[in-house]
Design a protein around this ligand. Structure first.
Ligand SMILES: [Zn+2]
Ligand SMILES: [Zn+2]
Ligand SMILES: [Zn+2]
Length: 333
């Protein structure tokens, strides 16, 4: 009998097929092997992107937009939202609209075209997380923005149009509804129990030890109780922290380690699947709070969202998280 489970944070429902559950080998595998060829993100092609906003370089060259960088952040050449302009709500009556103000940046995580997070060095992955932090700190000073979303699409099926490993950042003049749902759910729980729901989930998962995939001193990676997608994985800081950029220096090292570890396990279990990775952090107006707990969600692109999901907001997931966690736990380096 399938199980219908409720996400304790958002209240969203998922249908978990427990009878004919699908193992890693049952999934269609879209290839994410790198093909090479011309690439605007490669070292030496700095003039093919807009001027860099931030770059990490070794002691050598300090000239912006020159070769020899370790990581670069550039504006998206085809931004979803525009950085120049005034905020303004121009809607009247029933239909609301506002100016498309926002920042859309690309974080080029490595100069090496063929590297992915599992094949990058620990330092490269750590730098990626530092760049997220640097950009968050800078952009949240801009009073026009209410939320900053950082995400990564890996592989064409997951929406990556350039194969060179990169993340994206979008600063928004509103708090997106998915984040609102989580924050509201967490606030509701806090109102009842005066505890952070994520902290409670972490405690319970570590006690049960059924859906935990791996952990280190600062982070734990779990298959959530009501995952929308097969092999969906959450990475959570063990100590309560409402905002990503507030983490301590050492934590980014452990964040890099656990993220690399999880993505390596997924690569092995599912043969280099396309995936989306998102960072969920508190809205800018609520940077410090006791109810919301920042985290990373990783969703391999293995199933398609179709009519039932669009029509109901229910997700059908053919792999119980307990089995997904077991597969991933048992993968050895
Ligand atoms: Zn490249
Ligand atoms: Zn917490
Ligand atoms: Zn989330």
């Amino acid at each position: 009998m399938p199980e219908v489970r409720k996400d304790p944070i958002t209240g969203g429902w998922v249908i978990i097929s427990t009878d004919r559950s699908r193992r890693p080998t049952d999934f269609y595998r879209g290839s994410t092997t790198k093909t090479g060829g011309y690439c605007p993100f490669c070292n030496g092609n700095e003039d093919k992107t807009p001027h860099e906003i931030l770059a990490y370089r070794e002691n050598g060259s300090q000239t912006p937009d020159s070769e020899g960088w370790l990581l670069r952040v550039v504006p998206n050449k085809f931004p979803a939202l525009q950085i120049e302009g005034e905020m303004g709500r121009v809607g009247e009556g029933l239909y609301d609209k506002m100016n498309g103000i926002g920042a859309h940046e690309i974080i080029i995580e490595t100069p090496h075209h063929d590297r992915t997070i599992p094949t990058m060095t620990d330092t490269e992955v750590e730098s990626m997380f530092w760049a997220y932090r640097d950009r968050l700190i800078d952009l949240k000073r801009d009073k026009r923005f209410r939320y900053i979303l950082i995400f990564k699409n890996h592989g064409e099926a997951a929406g990556a149009s350039v194969e060179h490993s990169h993340s994206q950042l979008i600063a928004l003049p509103i708090v997106p509804s998915k984040v609102r749902e989580e924050v509201e759910g967490a606030k509701r729980y806090y109102g009842l129990k005066e505890r952070c729901i994520y902290c409670d989930i972490i405690r319970q998962e570590l006690d049960d030890n059924v859906r935990v995939i791996t952990e280190n001193p600062d982070f734990v990676a779990v298959a959530p109780y009501a995952p929308r997608f097969p092999f969906e994985t959450w990475i959570l800081p063990k100590h309560h922290e409402s905002s990503y950029e507030e983490s301590l220096r050492l934590e980014y090292k452990n964040l890099a380690r656990i993220t690399k570890d999880i993505l390596s396990r997924l690569d092995k279990a599912l043969e280099n699947p396309p995936y989306n990775m998102i960072v969920h952090t508190s809205p800018i107006a609520e940077v410090h709070n006791d109810y919301y707990h920042w985290h990373i969600e990783i969703m391999p692109t293995l199933t398609k969202v179709a009519g039932f999901e669009w029509g109901t907001g229910f997700y059908i997931n053919p792999t119980p998280p307990e089995e997904a966690a077991k597969f991933l736990r048992e993968i050895v380096e």
